[in-house]
Design a protein around this ligand. Structure first.
Ligand code: DGL
Length: 281
């Protein structure tokens, strides 16, 4: 059994609660176009950001198992909420019994690693879901690497629903975006760098920029996650050979395929996205 799983080659799995992970997939594919990818969006149960630790862990584990079943040797949790609430338990408790030769990686650590170089004032803001903010994962990861940096978080519970409902460019989005940015900057006016700590937020970047003072840089995480994955595969050739390389991406959703196809083609700036519907349990 072990030898068999060790020989398994397949696409890199990319998981998110919905469409947000497509912003990560975009960057990963741009940097590593030769690899195959299998994207899974749990659109039927999104958002995860306001759900309990137990529920996010249970849903994420179901998704990881499904992607393993479909042949992925490596899965990226392209979701901060899942990375914050489920990654460590899956890595430490579940992987050893499911298949110790496969790997699950998250997006928080690679993002935390870039912070030291980006901030001059050493005051950084994180915009993320309530789940990610409450988990304190960002301050913990950043302080391990850069103890001198002050990290202030602001939960933006309305932002993911705006994206999932295609309202990211609407006037209705203005109120919530302006409100959360103002609240963050009131908590710490010295912030010079804001991390978009939710993979959905790059879709809102025009509006976020509009309501953020010009001297503050906005940092979407896709590029850093892509670099970190590339570096990981360079350092782990035994995993790299197991990742198939035909330049093919496939998409799965737990919701209706029509809705996913329409939104995903916008997010990926791609004419046509073919998607299959699956159930997670
Ligand atoms: N894209 C997920 C993240 O990065 C959104 C979570 C949600 O479903 O609320 O946190």
């Amino acid at each position: 059994m072990k030898n068999k799983t060790q020989q398994t080659t397949g696409p890199i799995g990319v998981f998110d609660s919905g469409y947000g992970g497509l912003t990560i997939l975009n960057q990963i594919r741009a940097q590593m176009p030769e690899y195959d990818y299998l994207y899974l969006g749990d659109n039927a149960r999104t958002p995860y950001g306001t759900r309990s630790f137990e529920v996010v862990y249970e849903f994420t584990l179901q998704a990881v198992k499904k992607l393993f079943e479909l042949g992925c040797p490596l899965v990226i949790l392209a979701c901060n909420t899942a990375s914050a609430k489920a990654l460590r338990t899956i890595q430490q408790n579940d992987l050893p019994t499911i298949d110790p030769t496969r790997r699950v990686l998250g997006v928080i650590r690679p993002t935390a690693e870039c912070i030291g170089e980006l901030t001059q004032t050493r005051h950084v803001g994180i915009l993320a879901t309530s789940g990610t903010i409450k988990s304190e994962s960002y301050p913990m990861e950043v302080h391990k690497l850069f103890p001198d940096v002050t990290v202030t978080g602001e939960a933006c519970p309305m932002w993911v629903p705006l994206v999932e409902n295609n309202e990211f460019d609407s006037e209705g989005a203005d109120y919530f975006i302006q409100k959360n940015i103002n609240q963050l900057l009131e908590k710490d006016p010295e912030i010079d760098t804001i991390i978009l700590g939710c993979t959905h937020y790059p879709l809102l970047i025009k509006k976020i920029r509009q309501f953020t003072p010009e001297h503050i840089q906005l940092v979407p995480q896709g590029e850093y996650v892509a670099h970190s994955l590339q570096d990981y595969l360079r350092r782990h050739p035994e995993m790299d050979v197991r990742c198939s390389k035909n330049g093919i991406s496939r998409f799965l959703t737990t919701e209706s395929t029509a809705k996913f196809e329409e939104s995903a083609s916008i997010f990926l700036s791609q004419d046509k996205v073919e998607v299959e519907s699956i159930t997670l349990e």
